[in-house]
Design a protein around this ligand. Structure first.
Ligand SMILES: Cc1cc2nc3c(=O)[nH]c(=O)nc-3n(C[C@H](O)[C@H](O)[C@H](O)COP(=O)(O)O)c2cc1C
Length: 151
């Protein structure tokens, strides 16, 4: 199963830690959204989208990329994010868009990521030391599960 992970991780590299774990399990090619050549997406069976959450949304480069993508039938996708509060609900912001492009969502993952943005900086940030070992273990399990369901 040829797998690509498209990501953005601009705050503390929190999401990149998750990208690397999932990428290793899936033996995926890993690329930042801004460097994706849209013409190459057809080569992959499974495409992951991972991002930190900024003002409730995936990074704008990921949103722009999805908007530009052609209809890609019979491809599977998975979605993951890190955020100060760590909720999966942030993934919903791109689920619908991906569906409109003919993509089937086969998995969602989220965890907390250290957030020192704005006023949180004064108190040393929230979600300190996240993602932690347990988060990365969860990410690994998530990826191993994907291997089973996305065959
Ligand atoms: C500009 C900015 C906006 C953010 N907005 C949110 C938000 O709306 N909700 C949230 O839970 N975390 C928010 N965060 C925290 C990040 O989602 C969190 O630190 C994430 O792990 C960053 O991932 P990264 O290090 O891969 O960029 C924000 C951080 C920044 C820098």
């Amino acid at each position: 199963m040829k797998t690509l992970i498209i990501y953005e991780s601009i705050h503390h590299g929190n999401t990149k830690k998750v990208v690397d774990i999932i990428g290793k399990v899936l033996k995926a090619k890993i690329i930042k959204a801004e460097n994706v050549n849209i013409g190459t997406l057809r080569e992959y069976d499974l495409i992951g989208f991972g991002s930190g959450i900024y003002y409730g949304k995936f990074h704008k480069n990921i949103n722009k990329l999805i908007d530009k993508m052609p209809i890609l039938l019979n491809k599977k996708v998975f979605i993951f994010s890190t955020s100060g509060i760590g909720k999966k609900k942030f993934n919903n912001s791109i689920v619908e868009k991906l569906k409109e492009h003919g993509l089937e969502n086969v998995g969602n993952f989220s965890c907390k990521g250290h957030n020192t943005y704005g006023p949180f900086k004064i108190i040393g940030g929230i979600a300190k030391n996240r993602p932690n070992e347990k988060d990365l273990e969860d990410a690994k399990n998530f990826a191993e599960n994907l291997l089973k369901i996305a065959k």
